[in-house]
Design a protein around this ligand. Structure first.
Ligand code: BES
Ligand code: MN
Ligand code: ZN
Length: 507
């Protein structure tokens, strides 16, 4: 789909030939003398339209308007949040039959962030899953004009919005694909396809190489499946070689049956979404490829299925992770942390500035935070604050969760260095404590997206979160590097949470 940025006010928007014109009407809407402005002023006066986000008024062949369909949409304060909310309310408009060309007019001088939000909202509304449902009516929308009074001022937001939209769409698409259409090998092929973009490279390892690396925890999860595991390594090189990279690690369980500790049948289909962390890493790389910011980023995806089988790992089995730490697999359904811990050990070889893992890790996080905010755990306060701020700026929200050492109590095992579960209380925190045992003193953060990566029920589908949060964060890091080129690592906050014991030296 093509986006264009154009100089428009309400009067000019009325003359735009298109199938759908959307005019966002903010609190401080000032009517000009043109017919459409007068119409809006009248609708506001009669209370047929309110400027609040979530309110809209649809018109057909309105006088003086070239577009067939006209939607007046309340945009409140007109900031990014209000625009996001306003356009979320009219999402179906972008897939309506016959809507090929659309114009969205922000009649005030919107911020770059608001323009970015508008672009993302249109792209989001347009997306239709069709891979295994080819008769689903795909959107016909091919060209969207975003109109503001002064386009120059918002160009950056316009570009960022498009890049994030591409990343979110990629993440949603891979998240939505059924597990038989999104195997570890297929995910690896999707990652390799990203390497056609400038400055993106991709390397894929199979079971033999992963075994050579000593990733006993990852291998244990993959054992029960006939699908071979893949370890995907993406690299984006936008800065000098010497600049320490930021590492993203995405949980890539392409289907989670629970393994021998098998899950109940109800809603098990949703465990095809257990690779949404991986999909979000692919999405972020798509955005990076588009924007080419001056940073280095590494993306790591341990991908496999978690299946029950005669060869599958059993409760009580002890495996040796790449770090050398042994793990008692008390519950084979706590598999995400097993694949992630080896990827976290592996990431040390890149000598990163920081590492962030993204995972649909625990049902407990869904109970704690629902579908509104992702769980954010950070060993380093500057890193935690940076991610939290990126969430607020992008509308892809997170919430800080604790990492007190006491939460690690339950992970003790009489038969190994660690057990892989820590009991029912604070399940998302004990999962994070498990991961923390593999990062040493590297600034590390963990996003538990179990509640936010997809929606269940009638509107079942992947959300593409947290592509927007992570992309915003990386762009902010790039900007910080540009300002202080020597600063390699984020400053440690005074209140940084206590760290767990260091992992053993890597073999
Ligand atoms: N992929 C699941 C987490 C999950 C469950 C996400 C439901 C979204 C909805 C993860 O692998 C898992 O099964 N976690 C277990 C951990 C438990 C055995 C300690 C869980 O949350 O029940
Ligand atoms: Mn599981
Ligand atoms: Zn899982």
């Amino acid at each position: 789909m093509n986006f264009d940025l154009k100089t428009l006010d309400v009067r000019l928007a009325a003359a735009e030939k298109c199938d759908q014109l959307v005019v966002l009407v903010g609190d401080d809407f000032a009517a000009g003398g043109d017919p459409l402005s007068r119409l809006i002023a009248q609708a506001l006066k009669e209370k047929d339209l309110q400027a609040k986000p979530g309110k809209s008024l649809a018109l057909y062949r309105a006088p003086g308007v070239a577009a067939r369909r006209l939607l007046l949409v309340g945009a409140g304060s007109g900031d990014a949040r209000a625009v996001r909310q306003a356009l979320a309310g009219i999402a179906p408009a972008w897939r309506a039959p016959g809507v090929k060309r659309a114009v969205v007019c922000l009649a005030w001088q919107a911020t770059p962030e608001a323009v970015s939000a508008a672009v993302q909202a249109v792209a989001q509304g347009r997306y239709v899953y069709t891979l295994t449902k080819p008769k689903a009516e795909a959107s016909q929308l091919t060209r969207v004009v975003i109109g503001v009074p002064e386009p120059k001022e918002v160009e950056q937001g316009f570009e960022t919005g498009q890049a994030i939209a591409l990343g979110v769409e990629l993440a949603r698409e891979w998240g939505n694909r059924p597990a038989n259409h999104a195997t570890p090998s297929m995910l690896a092929a999707a990652a390799k396809a990203l390497a056609k973009h400038p400055n993106v490279q991709c390397k894929v390892m199979g079971p033999a190489e992963v075994e050579r690396l000593g990733m006993g925890a990852f291998l244990a999860v993959a054992r029960g499946s006939a699908e071979p595991l893949r370890f995907i390594e993406l690299r984006y090189s936008g800065a000098a070689r010497g600049l320490a990279p930021l590492v993203l690690v995405g949980k890539g369980i392409t289907f989670d049956t629970g393994g021998i500790s098998i899950k109940p049948a109800a809603e098990m289909d949703e465990m095809k979404f257990d690779m949404c962390g991986a999909a979000s890493v692919l999405g972020v790389f798509r955005a990076l490829a588009q924007l080419q910011p001056a940073i280095n980023v590494v993306g790591l995806i341990p991908a496999c299925e978690n299946m029950p089988d005669g060869r599958a790992v059993k409760p009580g089995d002890v495996v040796t992770s790449m770090s050398g730490q042994t793990i008692e697999v008390l519950n084979t359904d706590a598999e995400g942390r097993l694949v992630l811990c080896d990827a976290l050990s592996y990431c040390q070889r890149h000598k990163p500035e920081a590492v962030v893992d993204v995972a649909t890790l625990t049902g407990a996080c869904v109970i704690a935070l629902g579908g509104v905010r992702s769980g954010l755990f950070a060993s380093d306060d500057a890193l935690g604050e940076g991610l939290m701020a990126a969430g607020e700026a992008s509308g892809d929200l997170a919430w800080r969760m604790p990492l007190d050492e006491e939460y690690a109590e339950g992970l003790k095992s009489p038969f190994a260095d660690l057990g892989n579960v820590g009991g029912r209380p604070a399940g998302s925190v004990t999962a994070a404590k498990f991961l923390q045992a593999f990062v040493g003193d590297l600034p590390w953060a963990h996003l538990d997206i179990a509640g936010t990566a997809w929606k269940g029920g009638a509107a079942k589908g992947a959300t593409g979160r947290p592509v927007a949060l992570l992309t915003h964060w990386l762009l902010a890091r790039a900007e910080a590097h540009a300002k202080a080129p020597d600063a390699k690592a984020p400053a440690r906050g005074k209140g940084a949470q206590r760290k767990s014991r260091a992992p053993r030296a890597l073999p």
